[in-house]
Design a protein around this ligand. Structure first.
Ligand SMILES: Nc1ncnc2c1ncn2[C@@H]1O[C@H](COP(=O)(O)OP(=O)(O)OP(=O)(O)O)[C@@H](O)[C@H]1O
Ligand SMILES: [Mg+2]
Length: 212
């Protein structure tokens, strides 16, 4: 079972992944969690290049390819081996982030991106994708550090984040059997409860999986 967490910035993916994994372990499942970009020694080096504020000259296509390079390594080195052991793998962001941000957000060609993603992942698609949906401003506001002023992002940036959010919702509409959309504006505990319920509804009983 390969589960991905997706959603706009500040929707709570990173906050929710470990409590979800812990809950599933308590239910008897073997669970491995990872994140993008990074998750491998090579991927972490790529992450450093992607995050480096000095890399202002980075072209959008370079950025897309670096995300995909990190993902390719993660799939082969980490995700597939853990899935092969019968474990549940939960990943904080995956290929759909590229469609949402580079595709819907930055307006890059979706069909081209899908080909690239298929190449990068070797065709590995999540069994379940949980979309933590949140209104754009609320998600961005959450990312402000406690006590700091709400810095109004310029109109272009806000618009980009709106397109990302709507892109995610469109992706979920296109593949309703894979995606589940959650209201991530609720308090942390309520979002976690909803996540647990959704995942358990899709999960085969622990004893039928080849673990332990
Ligand atoms: N349900 C919630 N209610 C209020 N604050 C929350 C909630 N979930 C997360 N937060 C807070 O919002 C901030 C962003 O959360 P988090 O880092 O989990 O989001 P994310 O989806 O991983 O964002 P990014 O895409 O930027 O990595 C954190 O400070 C976190 O504590
Ligand atoms: Mg995060």
């Amino acid at each position: 079972m390969f589960i991905t967490l997706e959603g706009p910035d500040g929707s709570g993916k990173t906050s929710q992944i470990n409590p979800l994994a812990e809950f599933l372990r308590q239910q008897g499942y073997a669970v491995f969690t990872t994140r993008e970009p990074g998750g491998t020694p090579i991927g972490d080096q790529i992450r450093t290049v992607l995050m480096n504020l000095e890399n202002t000259a980075m072209h959008p296509r370079t950025e897309t390819l670096l995300f995909c390079a990190s993902r390719a390594q993660l799939v082969e080195e980490v995700i597939r081996p853990h899935l092969a052991k019968g474990e549940i793998v939960i990943c904080d962001r995956y290929a759909d982030s590229t469609l949402a941000y580079q595709g819907y957000g930055h307006g890059k060609d979706l069909a081209q991106l899908r080909l690239l993603l298929d190449y990068a992942t070797g065709g590995l698609t999540p069994d379940l994708t949980l979309l933590l949906d949140i209104e754009t401003e609320q998600g961005l506001r959450r990312r402000q550090t406690a006590g700091s002023e709400w810095n109004r992002l310029d109109a272009y940036e806000i618009e980009l984040h709106r397109r990302v959010r709507n892109g995610y919702l469109e992706l979920a509409r296109q593949e309703p059997q894979r995606w589940c959309v959650l209201d991530a504006s609720q308090p942390t505990e309520a979002v976690q409860a909803a996540l647990r319920e959704l995942v358990m509804r899709r999960m085969p009983p622990a004893h039928t999986l080849n673990v332990r």
